[in-house]
Ligand binder design. Structure first.
Ligand SMILES: Nc1ncnc2c1ncn2[C@@H]1O[C@H](COP(=O)(O)OP(=O)(O)OP(=O)(O)O)[C@@H](O)[C@H]1O
Ligand SMILES: [Mg+2]
Length: 252
């Protein structure tokens, strides 16, 4: 067995999520992900950064069965989950918070959270307590319609709903997008708190510096492939990374 094959075999059984050399896309003949790989171990907070259009959201969607994987494999704790549908993944304790349209605007906060636990409604009280511990505002304002909330508040509802399934893996697409700096800090704090509660987190972030500061390891996606990887600190301190991906834009 070559070294690569050997490390793939180890990652497949050891990792919580192992994306192995995946090609995926939306339109026939056009791959958005090209040989993309990623490993998340138990309890890790993994960051995904990279330019707009690099395929970051597509990678999360590929893991969550929302875009067709054309070649390569995706493994969850040693089980092949390639192209498994989202509802199946939810029952395997994988949760996904999309980049946009991630709340039901006509439903109240509480109803949004109920949607999160629809496969196991009897778990509602216990999960509601866990979620409102991390996001106290969601409890206090449970009757308010999600459509009347600010962007930041909606993100909290979306994350809260994802946490209702008691996920072992949380896939987060840009939790800080569109938030004021103070709200961004709050969002990152919450993500860290969720991770520290034992949830493996794979988080896409536009705010690359901030993401690298809080994650254990990160992947830089460029043109559909994992171009660089390392610990957050390694990538932050790598002059090449700063030049290519962490310039002025990331400091905004
Ligand atoms: N539903 C879709 N149908 C066709 N092409 C799509 C679809 N969604 C995304 N794409 C294309 O896939 C490419 C990667 O998009 P993706 O959303 O994964 O990038 P991203 O890295 O998340 O970018 P951003 O930082 O802007 O969120 C883009 O060229 C985009 O136009
Ligand atoms: Mg995106």
């Amino acid at each position: 067995m070559s070294e690569n094959l050997m490390s793939a075999a180890v990652a497949r059984t050891d990792a919580v999520v192992f994306v192995d050399n995946v090609d995926a896309g939306y339109l026939p003949g056009i791959n958005i992900l090209n040989g993309c790989s990623l490993t998340a171990h138990e309890g890790e907070l993994i960051g995904i950064i990279g330019p707009n259009g690099a395929g970051k959201s597509t990678l999360l969607k590929a893991i969550f069965g929302l875009v067709n994987v054309r070649s390569g494999k995706i493994w969850l704790k040693g089980e092949d989950i390639t192209n498994l549908k989202a509802n199946k993944l939810v029952s395997k304790k994988v949760a996904f918070v999309p980049q946009t349209n991630n709340v039901f605007p006509s439903l109240s906060i509480q109803e949004n959270l109920e949607m999160g636990v629809f496969q196991n409604p009897k778990d509602f009280n216990e999960r509601f307590e866990f979620v409102t511990n991390i996001f106290p505002d969601l409890g206090k304002r449970r009757a308010q319609k999600a459509g009347s909330l600010s962007g930041g508040e909606r993100q909290m509802v979306a994350m809260g709903r994802a946490l209702m399934v008691n996920p072992s893996v949380l896939l987060l697409d840009e939790p800080s997008a569109g938030l004021s700096p103070v709200r961004q800090d709050e969002a990152f704090l919450r993500v860290k708190q969720v991770n520290q509660a034992g949830v493996t987190v794979v988080m896409v972030e536009q705010n690359a510096r901030r993401c690298l500061q809080i994650c254990d390891r990160a992947y830089v996606l460029d043109q559909g492939t994992d171009a660089h990887t390392g610990t957050g600190r390694e990538l932050l301190n790598d002059p090449k990374m700063v030049e290519l991906y962490l310039g002025n834009l990331a400091e905004l």
